[in-house]
Design a protein around this ligand. Structure first.
Ligand code: FEO
Length: 397
């Protein structure tokens, strides 16, 4: 890949990681990019670096434009290694450059790289002039780490939004209007669900803080740059951060000897009868990345596990642990599962769902060994009841 001029004198100098499929547990089905940007003005600024191993590539893209030694500022918007691993290498190639980060960012970089690194600390409201343009810094703690910040260029109406609005999407194209919008929104949704979902209230606060900014381009740190139709991705972030429920019900489960699966099928049939869209998702056939993405917008979730050794099947336990961290909110739900001689799984599922604030509006269902016709009818009725309650909730909102 070559560098790409995204605005006059402003360049993408990042790296396209086509083949990464596991990003700290997130299944990146379409790879990703690590976006770094170069602003050439009277002073020259580099925004972020790239993941370990790709610094040489970044420096070679910068060299197509200017001598890296001429960089005056290196802005570190976020300390996570996918953006900062090669910062030291870049700083060595630009020995006169001043590194800039938030106080927490500076502390993180010193811990990762060298304790005596001279880093200029900035906070919201601080800015520096590059000549014709300026860089304004907006601290965005917990989006995605405590150190994170946005960098805004008012003269260009350009927001470097770090992880926010990102997508794990490898593509040879750099702009949103050059790639199928359906794919971009799909990956933006997956990214939001798996990286940002648990930060909903912070996202709302940050969107509010950014409300006053004039923006005609959002350049995130992963995926494509938004240069038109910005309202669409922003309004999606507003909906996602509010957990606005869609009329979709999920039945997520695993099974040992098909009894819990029979229950899942009956629950699904009941929901279908109620006229709602329902998705029956086995945790064996769907990775946790996909399940978290489905949960983001679904209004109701029934979760099922057979009991193994008085507890959950490990696959369901893994799913619940992941979801517990991501904290999807504003759901209706219930738990179900089969057992042999003693139960255990259903109350454990309910405990997690309660912790997530899920409204367990339908009573959980257990059955011993194989569900009989009466028990399957109960499952079907529960599926129907949950679907109807979701539709009533959406109508009332
Ligand atoms: Fe893309 Fe939180 O790093």
């Amino acid at each position: 890949m070559k560098s790409v001029e995204i605005k006059p004198g402003i360049y993408w100098v990042g790296y396209v990681d086509w083949n990464i499929r596991n990003f700290h547990g997130y299944q990146t089905h379409r790879g990703t990019t690590y976006n770094a940007y170069l602003i050439v003005d009277e002073k020259i600024a580099l925004i972020d670096s790239v993941k370990a191993g790709y610094g040489k590539n970044l420096l070679s893209l910068v060299s197509e434009i200017i001598d890296p030694a001429k960089i005056d500022y290196i802005i570190s918007n976020h300390t996570e290694p996918d953006h900062s691993s090669e910062l030291l290498k870049v700083a060595q190639a630009a020995p006169d450059a001043q590194v800039i980060a938030t106080a927490k960012g500076a502390a993180g970089l010193k811990k990762y790289f060298k304790a005596d690194w001279d880093i200029k600390e900035v906070k919201t409201g601080d800015s520096i002039s590059l000549g014709k343009r300026s860089l304004q810094f907006i601290s965005t703690p917990m989006l995605h780490w405590p150190d994170s910040m946005f960098t805004y260029v008012p003269e260009e109406k350009l927001l470097f939004s770090m992880d926010a609005f990102g997508q794990h999407l490898a593509t040879s194209k750099r702009f949103n209007d050059e790639v199928d919008e359906k794919i971009i929104m799909e990956e933006a949704r997956t990214y939001y669900a798996n990286i940002i979902m648990h930060l909903g209230s912070i996202v709302k606060k940050t969107l509010k803080a950014a409300e006053g900014l004039e923006i005609d381009m959002i350049a995130p740190s992963h995926g494509v740059i938004f240069r038109n139709n910005l309202d669409k991705i922003i309004s999606k972030y507003i909906d996602w951060s509010s957990f606005k429920p869609k009329p979709v019900m999920l039945v997520i489960y695993d099974t040992m000897w098909q009894s819990t699966e029979m229950m899942a099928t009956a629950i699904t049939d009941g929901a279908i009868e109620a006229g709602i869209e329902v998705k029956k998702l086995s945790v064996q056939s769907n990775d946790i990345t996909t399940l978290a993405t489905e949960i983001l917008e679904a209004g109701a979730v029934a979760v099922g596990s057979p009991t193994l050794n008085n507890g959950l099947l490990p696959t369901v336990a893994e799913f619940l642990t992941y979801i517990k961290g991501l904290r999807p909110g504003n759901k209706l739900g219930f738990a179900f599962g089969s057992h042999g001689w003693a139960g255990g799984a259903v109350p454990q599922i309910e405990e997690v769902l309660r912790e997530l604030g899920t409204d367990l509006t339908v009573e959980g269902i257990t059955c011993q060994y194989r569900p009989n016709d009466e028990e399957l009818a109960k499952c079907k009725a529960a599926g129907k009841e949950l679907a109807e309650k979701l539709m009533a909730k959406i109508t009332a909102e």
